[in-house]
Write a new protein. Structure first.
Length: 206
């Protein structure tokens, strides 16, 4: 579902899409949609952090340089701003030229988030971003997301019901590809209107 929102499913020949998805008044499934511009507007972070085989700094500047921005001052400012927004600056600011793979799993996940933020998207898609992290790293990522909600629209597929209940302003429950229920987070997890949602929230299946 997340891949559909920024047309990453275009890269998978077996996926057939129909219907409409509207973002900022534009049906993103329209054949005429500029997918490169769409993916800059709608960034995605996957469950397993995938850092580029470059330095920490280059992971953040690569996309901007690819788009033609070579201004060193701007790039340096973007690196600092993005790492601060991802709650990683204090941990890595003195080793920006170290390989990104030298970071811990939690740090790599936050670096991937910072890499998306460097492109200044409007929407951030997160696919189970803390599923492989320890509780401390999970807490840091969730705290970062809480701060980012004032500036970005964040769509999160959580790895647990508990996380969904902690972080969601609004929540949607899907079952077998069907949208079962959509409501404010507190309502969906404390007073679901559909029996299937209630059963899932209370752990009867899933």
């Amino acid at each position: 579902m997340l891949r559909t929102l920024n047309r990453l499913n275009d890269l998978a020949d077996v996926v057939q899409l129909s219907g409409q998805i509207w973002i900022d008044g534009e049906n993103v499934l329209d054949p005429g949609t500029d997918t490169i511009a769409l993916r800059r507007k709608v960034g995605i972070v996957f469950a397993r952090p995938v850092v580029l085989p470059m330095t920490i700094r280059q992971n953040l500047t690569y996309g901007l340089e690819l788009a033609g921005n070579k201004n060193r001052t701007f790039l340096n400012e973007t690196v600092e701003r993005s790492l601060k927004a991802a709650a990683l600056w204090d941990e890595v600011n003195d080793r920006l030229d170290d390989p990104a793979v030298s970071l811990s799993g939690g740090q790599q996940q936050r670096l991937c988030l910072a890499r998306v933020l460097a492109l200044e998207p409007e929407i951030i898609l997160l696919d189970e971003p803390t599923s492989g992290l320890d509780p401390i790293s999970t807490g840091k990522v969730e705290a970062t997301l809480e701060e980012l909600t004032s500036r970005y629209t964040i769509v999160l597929v959580p790895h647990s019901v508990q996380q969904a209940a902690r972080v969601s302003d609004y929540a949607a429950f899907f079952l077998g590809g069907e949208l079962i229920e959509y409501a404010p987070g507190k309502q969906l997890f404390t007073n679901p209107q559909d029996k299937r949602t209630e059963d899932y929230v209370e752990g009867r299946f899933g």
